[in-house]
Design a protein. Structure first.
Length: 240
């Protein structure tokens, strides 16, 4: 869902680029400058610029900016270590932490008039979900080899004909659940905010939804990260 005016799209139209007003454009160039792509790059730029600005000089006695990053990064790292062990958490940290910060910034971005949340587009959430899905199966094969299939066969051999189809369907369903959950919640937030801004304008009508939008943004980030960690940790564990 788009706001009535998207600032980046307006700027691109001013310089003559074919900015689509649908989910994706017709040409390759239109796809590259479609709103969910441009605001994805904007979110990436915000993260890179903020990190460079606040962590330009690391200090032994950290100040407020460095303390913020140490708490944020340390919190994610400790959470992962509790669920998959220190060594495995260190291996998976770059991917999971990148998802965490990107999803949070992307979710919150849509609360600003003239901006949209890239995560309100199914293409973005599905792409992240596929990365997680292929990664956790790759980890299962890496740690267990062909024995990874035991994760899908159930606790006893005579349950294999029943458990194997169920586990395979469950694994494929993770793609739908992980991507649609994030997409659906953020799209609903975007849609509701757009309607309220059109109806109430600068008055206080949208304010409760803005507060709820902040909560939804944090919760959906936590849910995506939590499920990603659980999937990867489960694939690396021995089948029971």
């Amino acid at each position: 869902m788009e706001h009535p005016i998207l600032f980046i799209s307006v700027l691109l139209e001013m310089i003559g680029l074919p900015v689509p007003h649908t989910l994706v454009g017709d040409t390759l160039l239109a796809k590259l400058v479609s709103p969910h792509m441009t605001y994805t790059w904007f979110a990436m730029g915000v993260l890179i610029f903020t990190a460079k600005l606040t962590l330009g000089k690391m200090e032994m006695v950290p100040g407020g900016k460095q303390n913020f990053w140490e708490v944020a990064v340390g919190g994610i790292e400790n959470f992962m270590a509790e669920n998959m062990g220190t060594e495995r958490a260190a291996m998976m940290f770059p991917m999971i932490a990148t998802f965490a910060f990107y999803i949070l910034i992307a979710n919150l971005m849509g609360l600003l008039p003239g901006f949209m949340s890239p995560t309100s587009n199914i293409n973005i959430t599905l792409a992240m979900t596929l990365i997680v899905w292929f990664t956790h199966h790759f980890l299962g094969i890496k740690y267990h080899g062909l024995g990874y299939i035991k994760h899908f066969m159930g606790p006893m051999w005579w349950l294999v004909p029943l458990m194997l189809p169920i586990e395979l369907i469950s694994s494929i369903a993770r793609i739908l659940s992980l991507s649609i959950r994030l997409f659906g919640n953020i799209m609903a937030k975007e849609t509701l905010l757009s309607i309220l801004f059109l109806l109430a304008g600068a008055y206080f009508g949208p304010l409760p939804i803005l507060c709820l939008g902040v909560l939804v943004s944090f919760v959906q980030t936590m849910v995506f990260v939590l499920l990603s960690v659980i999937y990867c940790a489960g694939a690396m564990e021995h089948a029971h």
